[in-house]
Design a binder for this molecule. Sequence first.
Ligand code: C5P
Ligand code: MG
Length: 207
Amino acid sequence: MSTPLVIAISGASGSGKSLFTENLLKEFSEEGKTVQILREDHYYRSQDHLPMAEREKNNYDHPKAFEHELLVEHLEALINWKAIEYPHYCYKTHTRLEQTEHLISAPVIIVEGIMLLANEALQPLFDIKIFVDTPLDICLLRRMKRDIAERGRTLESVAKQYESTVKPMYHQFISPSRFTADVIVTQGGKNRIALDVIKSHIQQSLL
Ligand code: C5P
Ligand code: MG
């Protein structure tokens, strides 16, 4: 049996990478369980040992915020057709949930997250690297709406975090990582042509 095809989808927070991943998944949803999705944010390190005020101050936009060692381990397992215990994460409490999810492998594995192309150890595991490139002002507007509606934040906290870590870390780590990508997708998660091109590449690889 051939090994699964692993696709990394990266880009800034609010760039549309989660939506692009969802839309790509929809393309394959009628074809049985062909695609499995992993989200890098599920691999944020646990903050259980810290009080809430400390958790809020953490830099979540530095590569070290993620337990990439575990993500590498899980990807290696899935590539070898082994199942994993997929962690779950809560943005409101900034920490990992106790419950994990038993996840089996699939012919196509999509990994989605901000820091995927900035970590050396992950690169050999990816067959296709995609960078979703969206102007930062659009990313920020999306992030504000989402973080207030879904992640329990205030306008002030989003603005403060953006200035102190999100923006500087984007310029230091995420933006330069685009040069390692095979494909750069503009216009965010709904780019129909990019979806078609990547879908047909995946289909070719599955033949
Ligand atoms: O979905 P998205 O790519 O936007 O998720 C990554 C973002 O989540 C990072 O930019 C980070 O600042 C934010 N984050 C957060 N609080 C956490 C963990 C991550 O605001 N506890
Ligand atoms: Mg996301």
